[in-house]
Design a protein around this ligand. Structure first.
Ligand SMILES: Cc1ncc(C[n+]2csc(CCOP(=O)(O)OP(=O)(O)O)c2C)c(N)n1
Ligand SMILES: [Mg+2]
Length: 357
């Protein structure tokens, strides 16, 4: 298929050379963030089992290399549209484990200050867009961000994550299509964790989704999603390409969800040999082994992460529940964002003042 020819004008030079070789400190940071993600999610699961987390518990166990490796490639001014298996991306952007745990427990101090639970949160000040859980509706949202960057000639990237299940949804096609047509500065991270709930890959698609990227007119790359450095390299190259007008990239990271879909799911549909195959390729263990073979010390990272988690959990548990009298503040618009001052949100259409409501 021919590559679209309409390209945006050359953009300003990128902010940093993300595809450059990772330093020793960078590699230790990758491991630290993966450890932090796992420890935070383990702690959240423990709190859920103690009845402190309402709803269910969802995590990305076994998939830490995907969100950590990809989000590590972003610059602070980039934007991240993050899903339910990607806690590593929130942590890399600067959300603390304590705020995550408070969020999951529905407490003040959480990212939404207790207005939602373990799913729909994102700190806009840190460039994280709160999750829309109608899957994959974060993909069109990310396209909108990327379009804004392109129109303003800003060398910024939108990155978004979704699961294999999303690739069978119409919104996925629409996002891929508009991204290809407009050559948007966007990086799509497809986390292929082999299942969409209990539906295995072979019942989801007849063609590997990464191959579809070419039909939308942009690059598709398949990586080992359990290798954090491989994910980083692919994401960094994709970001660099996007920043200079080279268009979107679809990165398909092959991995495995090592917990149930949620804490309520016993994974009885997963064949034991498949689980064992992936258990032997744990992203944290394999990366730590590689660093160890190169003579890098990693033990202190375990200690630092454990200490951080103790401190952060204590802080989260001390956070109060929201005051019902003020909990809904900021959720609904109370006045027209343009007319302001006493005009109801719908006043431009109805002519009514806020006080008439
Ligand atoms: C449009 C839509 N349909 C159904 C759901 C319910 N649902 C939530 S997660 C999920 C499975 C998603 O699988 P996948 O995209 O592979 O992501 P994974 O959970 O495996 O990371 C489903 C069906 C939803 N959130 N949105
Ligand atoms: Mg999946």
């Amino acid at each position: 298929m021919a590559t679209p020819t309409a390209r945006p004008a050359q953009l300003e030079p990128r902010e940093r050379d993300t595809a450059a070789q990772l330093t020793v400190e960078d590699r230790r940071e990758l491991l630290r963030y993966m450890l932090l993600m796992r420890a935070t999610e383990e702690r959240a699961l423990g709190l859920y089992r103690q009845g402190k987390v309402p709803g269910s518990h969802y995590d990305g166990r076994g998939q830490e290399a995907v969100s950590v490796g990809s989000a590590f490639a972003l610059s602070p001014r980039d934007r991240a549209c993050i899903l339910h298996r990607d806690l590593g991306a929130h942590l890399i952007r600067g959300v603390t484990p304590g705020r995550v745990l408070a969020q999951m427990m529905g407490r003040v101090g959480g990212v939404t200050n207790g207005r939602d639970g373990n799913m729909h949160f994102g700190d806009p000040g840190l460039g994280c867009v709160g999750m829309v859980s109608m899957l994959p509706d974060m993909a069109p949202v990310a396209c909108g961000l990327a379009l804004a960057f392109q129109m303003r000639r800003e060398p910024r990237v939108a990155m978004t994550w979704f699961g294999d299940g999303s690739t069978a949804n119409g919104q996925w096609h629409e996002a891929m299509n508009v991204a290809g047509v407009r050559r948007l500065p966007i990086v799509f991270i497809l986390e292929n964790n082999q299942y969409a709930y209990s539906t295995p890959n072979e019942l989801e698609f007849a063609v590997d989704p990464v191959e579809r990227a070419a039909t939308y007119g942009f690059a598709g790359v398949k990586v080992d999603g359990n290798d954090v450095e491989a994910v980083f390299q692919a994401a960094a190259e994709a970001c660099d390409r996007a920043r200079v007008g080279g268009g979107p990239t679809l990165i398909q990271a092959e991995t495995m969800r090592m917990h149930g879909h949620g804490a309520h799911d016993d994974m009885s549909y997963v064949p034991p040999e498949l689980f064992e195959h992936w258990a032997a390729r744990d992203p944290i263990e394999t990366f730590e082994k590689r660093l160890g073979e190169e003579g890098l010390e990693t033990e202190s990272l375990h200690k630092a992460v454990a200490e951080t988690l103790e401190r952060e959990t204590e802080w989260a548990l001390a956070c109060p529940m929201p005051d019902p009298a003020t909990a809904a503040e900021g959720v609904f618009a109370t006045e027209d964002p343009v007319l302001g001052d006493g005009h109801a949100p719908w006043s431009r259409w109805s002519g009514r003042a806020a006080t008439d409501a």
